[in-house]
Design a protein around this ligand. Structure first.
Ligand SMILES: Cc1ncc(COP(=O)(O)O)c(C=O)c1O
Length: 420
């Protein structure tokens, strides 16, 4: 196929003719099968911090350099735990990124705290200036998500949290393995939460993690979702929570041991996969960064990405002011079906739950929603980006090159004709 052929959108040949699926994640191989089989024989229900639970928690602690790791059954429950365990409650305001997956903010509605959204910067991450401008006397914490694997501006955000005496909380679901000035994400804040859901860089199929250097947050976290045996064995008898050990706070957020076994095996091969992603991301950036009107969103100086995804911003310089939606359609027609415009990850103020939480949560009867128009950067980011998976295996090189050819072909057409 030459890049000068007619677009598939107009009846020409497709640039990508390789059969689906084009991107397979997670990597399930013999090592995963063996890990699950071993765990099946060992135990499928663990009440305490033993076996695979202890091993995975310890590996996560060592990897992030954080004192405590607590596994949960999802990222959503890890976030829920993080908020309650950090003492966030009714009337508190928590500054949240306007642009993130909704589970970063939804658990706050179960605590009685008010999510206050702050606009994003040009990379889709929370804009520190917007976060600072949203602070009031009721603000208790700032939660941040390192979007699509790119670390947030931690110097600025840590500075703000310190100056205003606020808790800084991290959602590292997209960014496990990413670093900022050499330090792993998840180790900056008062606490961090992570999803181990099937698409995430580190996955157990389902699951979550709470990371913290604070013993109190850890013990509170045990009380939130790990009643009875874990609370009895791990909360010191002289701690005020000890008398509640049997019931904890009554929720059950334990991870399934088979999910933990998968996540442990995935963690053991994480570095190998990350090296592949780094190589492929560099190749993608080399080619795609040449195309007029397409900007590859890169980590800031001194930061590294997990490359959960490669994000491309369609700028005003694109020939014919072609939109991201139109480009997605042309690229899909070329067979590049993994090109995506994220849907459920969107500016949260657009969602009915945050516009009228009182419909589902009566405690929010007097809530005043923030208008969607107050987040121009988040809205523009959402409308203007294309997302690609970042492959990691040499075996996927032909798919990678076919996708790059699809982009090059669409852009060659745009430059010749000034439009699609
Ligand atoms: C940024 C972010 N936070 C939280 C979650 C929720 O995690 P889970 O699906 O494991 O509950 C997800 C994705 O699912 C996410 O992308």
């Amino acid at each position: 196929m030459s890049i000068n052929e007619a677009l598939a959108l107009h009846g020409g040949p497709q640039a990508v003719t390789i059969e689906d699926p084009h991107f397979v994640w997670p990597v399930i191989d013999q090592r995963t099968h063996s890990a699950v089989a071993r765990q099946l024989d060992e135990s499928v229900s663990l009440y305490d911090r033993s076996g695979v639970i202890a091993r995975l928690e310890d590996k996560l602690r060592q990897r992030t350099g954080v004192e405590h790791a607590l596994l949960t059954n999802s990222g959503t429950s890890a976030l829920h735990t993080m908020y309650i365990a950090s003492g966030i409650g009714p009337g508190d305001e928590v500054i949240c990124p306007a642009y993130t997956f909704f589970a970063t903010a939804t658990p706050l509605l179960f605590t009685g705290a008010v999510p206050v959204f702050a606009d994003s910067g040009p990379d889709g991450n929370i804009d520190p200036a917007a976060a600072e401008a949203a602070i009031t006397s009721r603000t208790k914490a700032i939660v941040i998500t390192h979007m699509w694997g790119l670390p947030c501006d931690m110097d600025a955000l840590m500075g703000i949290a310190q100056r205003y005496n606020l808790l800084l909380l991290e959602d590292i679901s997209h960014a496990f393995g990413a670093t900022y000035q050499g330090q792993p994400v998840g180790s900056f804040g008062h606490a961090a939460a992570q999803s181990l859901q099937g698409q995430k860089p580190l996955t157990g199929g389902e699951g979550g993690v709470l990371l913290t250097n604070s013993s109190d947050v850890h013990y509170n976290g045990l009380a939130v979702g790990h009643y009875n045996v874990r609370c009895k064995r791990e909360i010191p008898t002289d701690h005020q929570l000890s008398e509640f050990a049997v019931t904890g706070m009554g929720l059950k957020f334990r991870i399934h041991p088979l999910a933990a076994a998968i996540a442990e095996q995935q963690l053991d091969s994480y570095d190998e996969i990350q090296r592949g992603r780094d190589r492929v991301a560099a190749r993608m950036a080399d080619v795609l960064g040449q195309l007029p009107g397409l900007e590859v969103i890169q980590p800031s100086a001194g930061a590294t990405s997990s490359w959960y995804a490669l994000l491309l911003r369609v700028t005003d310089d694109v020939p014919g002011r072609t939109t991201a939606a139109e480009l997605e359609k042309a690229l899909h027609a070329e067979g590049a079906t993994e090109v995506d415009r994220p849907g459920s990850t969107r500016p949260l103020p657009q969602l009915p739950l945050f516009q009228k939480p009182e419909a589902l949560f009566p405690a929010y009867a007097n809530h005043t929603p923030q208008p969607v128009s107050a987040f121009p950067q988040a809205n523009a980011f959402h409308e203007g980006i294309l997302k690609l998976p970042v492959w990691h295996r040499n075996a996927d090189n032909s798919i990678l090159e076919a996708y790059l050819a699809a982009f090059t072909k669409v852009w060659a057409h745009l430059e010749r004709h000034g439009r699609l």
